[in-house]
Design a protein around this ligand. Structure first.
Ligand SMILES: [Zn+2]
Length: 298
């Protein structure tokens, strides 16, 4: 069976070239997935409804995004200009993760080609994250009784502080974040389980730590998993402070997907961060998530 993958051309917002975020990666990733025959046709999402967003965000914050009325400081904290294409992208990428979640329930595994906006809290955006798509989709599942015990496994180099904030009093969602100690955010939040990695950590140690934690996580009876597959753990990333190779990333993805797929737990994969110095490498590394998921559905 072909892997269900969600994509929309509007994931690629119109930013000036001086913006530090490599926004063009979304369009290039979609092209690469078609070219490499991982996907024939994408599932096209609708913008996420305000009703659904309200399950994880305050109405006041949603309206401030919709009406572009954030103040200067709030906009600076996000790092994107608050222009129409960014607003549209925020609604549609969140709709994309909600759609991928529904597809994962039906097919066992599905991915978005964006998502993992894990720094956004209920009332604030930060670090290139406007709406917290995974939090919205997790709430979508629990509030409808579609899942009762969700794991968010966040392997982006940065801590998933938005998710740990949103779910701190929610015992239906377990937040696991394995991240670099010295990376953003300086002041870490408290997840259900945080693993802080030392600067310059390399493949072998990284994979061993991950394996041990998967063993621990397997003792819980999760019925749905979100995987935030950030590739900013790569040694050539502009922001990440770890030293993981291409192979380390492929091995990580395989380990995570295999672990949950073989236990028949539905898994929704989202992109997470990536700021590689080499743009083509960045697209290749992001596509590892989809390539690996597709392999398990063959
Ligand atoms: Zn990141």
């Amino acid at each position: 069976m072909e892997l269900p993958v969600v994509n929309h051309k509007d994931y690629e917002a119109q930013l000036n070239d001086d913006n530090k975020f490599p926004i063009k990666k979304f369009g290039e990733l979609a092209k690469a997935l078609i070219k490499n025959k991982i996907v024939k046709n994408f599932y096209i999402p609708e913008p996420c409804s305000v009703e659904t967003l309200k399950e994880a965000h305050t109405e006041d914050y949603i309206n401030k995004i919709k009406n572009k009325t954030l103040d200067k400081n709030e906009i600076r904290k996000i790092g994107f200009p608050l222009v129409d294409s960014v607003v549209r992208r925020s609604f549609i990428a969140t709709g994309g993760t909600v759609l991928a979640t529904k597809l994962a329930l039906n097919y066992g595994i599905a991915c978005n080609t964006a998502g993992g906006s894990h720094h956004a809290t209920s009332n604030e955006g930060a670090g290139f994250c406007v709406f917290n798509d995974v939090a919205v989709a997790a709430k979508y599942l629990t509030s409808r009784g579609l899942a009762n015990k969700i794991l968010i496994i966040d392997l982006d180099v940065h801590q998933g502080n938005g998710n740990s904030e949103i779910f701190k009093n929610d015992n239906q969602v377990f937040t696991f974040s394995m991240h670099s100690k010295v990376n953003y955010p300086a002041k870490k939040s408290v997840s259900d389980l945080d693993i802080e990695l030392e600067e310059n950590l390399e493949d072998r140690e990284y994979i061993d730590i991950l394996k041990n934690n998967l063993k621990y996580l397997n003792e819980e009876d999760f019925d749905f998993v979100f995987y935030i597959a950030g590739v900013d753990i790569h040694y050539n990333d502009r922001l990440g402070k770890l030293k993981i190779s291409d192979n380390g990333i492929f091995e990580r993805d395989e380990l995570v997907i295999d672990n949950f797929f073989s236990n028949k737990i539905p898994i929704c994969g989202v992109l997470g961060g990536g700021y590689n110095e080499d743009f083509n490498k960045l697209v290749e590394l992001h596509s590892s998530l989809h390539k690996t998921c597709a392999k398990f559905l063959l």
